[in-house]
Design a protein around this ligand. Structure first.
Ligand SMILES: [Zn+2]
Length: 458
């Protein structure tokens, strides 16, 4: 072991689950980081000297969890009473006019609060799919990126878009859709302005037309071509509800995944949200393409339109990550909760042998890294990887009696928030408390916007 002093040492864990190629687990393990990267991990007794030591007694240390699907601005309309009882399309039709009030202040404040919430749930990298760009709303993606930088979360912004308004048979009102040319030009601008290609990047940008029922085929195709030219990733919703199949058949004469392929999206540059309704042949095609899937367990349950066939997708070689979705279809943004949800739903769907806590952890870390195009860099704790980790304290009443398998205990017992969350070598959560200053003031700003929106809707 080196005698060089490291920046940060997180030591004394009950177990360190590295998620490296051998899935090495180290009882009593520690993680040392310098300049935003992991420099070493190891067993007790071999710790390097450190400028800062953080204890992880009674903790399971995992790589920071990765959120592969979210609509963070929706935390302004959580548990929104007028929209609670309908199906996905009813829910969207009720909320689109409310969301049409989105502006830079609302985008910044919702992202700031949402990213703090994610950090508290052990998430260190989040993507976000912002597809509502009301006329006159300003630069919403830049506002989100500013919030990510202020909070300190690693962030993959996706430039969402809707171009198929009601007047052309689409679902969203015409006030929140844009022209294809405007969307493509803004996508290119955002990539030039914010997309950092360097290893360890804190901000990246992907392109993300909303869904087959809210954009034109021309925009899907042009976006895929633009992503290829700019070498950035692609994201969208796919096969979320059966209504979508009827819509695709009526509009395009084929099923959603056939449409997806026709417009140039069947590639490993893409990860899609949900993917609840592919048939067996479509699952094989997704696997052959290497297209990733963001599995959103709470959203599957709350929307009530089916559960993603996760075991089949993984068996076909599809990279599957975890997403919290929402926050108005899930309302809660804890990656711990979603990872537990993936464990439970995997067993509901396929039986007790189908999913173990280590499978769910693998999706929330390694699977997410593949979805975001960052395998080997995030979602793993080994030398050279990003210094992103979560320490989960497995003690007290919820963990009494759980002494045989810390990884299973982590997802079966609880509920758990992160005891420490480290992003890029920086503690965002320490000893169970958020270190980011200004929460009360930001909550007041958040409340003012949310109440104004609710009043305007009633
Ligand atoms: Zn979504």
């Amino acid at each position: 072991m080196t005698d060089t002093q490291v920046d940060l040492l997180v030591a004394g864990a009950e177990l360190l689950a590295t998620m490296d190629g051998e899935r090495t687990e180290i009882p009593g393990g520690w993680v040392a980081t310098t300049a935003g990267s992991v420099v070493a991990v190891g067993p007790p007794g071999s710790e390097p000297p450190a400028r800062r030591l953080v204890r992880a007694d009674d903790c399971l240390i995992t790589p920071g969890l990765i959120n592969t699907h979210h609509h963070i601005y929706q935390n302004l309309t959580r548990a929104f009473r007028p929209a609670l009882g309908g199906n996905l399309f009813d829910w969207l039709r009720t909320l689109y006019p409310v969301w049409s009030r989105l502006d830079e202040e609302a985008a910044y404040v919702s992202a700031w609060i949402g990213m703090c919430e994610l950090a508290m749930g052990g998430c260190t990298t989040s993507s976000d799919h912002l597809y509502v760009h009301p006329r006159g709303g300003g630069d919403l993606i830049a506002a989100e990126i500013a919030a990510a930088r202020d909070v300190g979360l690693r962030f993959h912004a996706t430039r969402g878009s809707m171009s198929l308004g009601e007047k052309y048979g689409g679902l969203p009102p015409d006030s929140v859709v844009q022209e294809d040319d405007e969307i493509l030009a803004d996508s290119e601008r955002l990539v030039a302005q914010f997309h950092d290609r360097a290893p360890g990047a804190m901000v990246r940008v992907a392109l993300a037309p909303c869904s087959p029922f809210s954009v034109t085929p021309e925009l899907m195709q042009a976006t895929a071509e633009l992503a290829e030219r700019l070498d950035v990733r692609l994201h969208t919703h796919l096969a979320e509800v059966l209504h979508e199949e009827a819509f695709c058949q009526a509009q395009h004469g084929c099923r959603p995944i056939e449409f997806f392929e026709r417009v140039g999206w069947g590639t490993d540059r893409v990860w899609v949200a949900h993917c609840i309704h592919p048939n067996a042949e479509e699952i094989a095609r997704l696997g052959a393409w290497g297209t990733g899937v963001a599995h959103c367990p709470s959203s599957n349950q709350l929307i009530g339109a089916g559960l993603a066939p996760v075991a089949e997708l993984r068996a076909a070689g599809v990279p599957v990550g975890i997403g919290c979705d929402g926050s108005a279809s899930t309302d809660c943004a804890s990656l711990w909760l979603e990872t537990r949800g993936a464990l439970l739903l995997g067993r509901v769907r396929h039986g007790a042998q189908a999913m173990a806590a280590r499978d769910a952890l693998e999706m929330a870390t390694l699977g997410g890294a593949v979805c975001l195009g960052r395998q080997g860099e995030i979602g793993v704790l080994e030398p050279g990887a990003a210094a992103d980790l979560a320490a989960w304290r497995l003690s007290g009443i919820p963990f009494a009696g759980a002494h045989t398998d810390p990884v299973e205990a982590w997802l079966r017992c609880g509920p758990v928030s992160a005891w420490h969350t480290v992003v890029n070598g920086r503690l965002l959560v320490e000893d169970g408390s958020l270190t980011v200053p200004g929460v009360d003031e930001m909550l007041a700003r958040h409340r003012a916007i949310a109440v104004e929106w609710a009043n305007a809707a009633s």
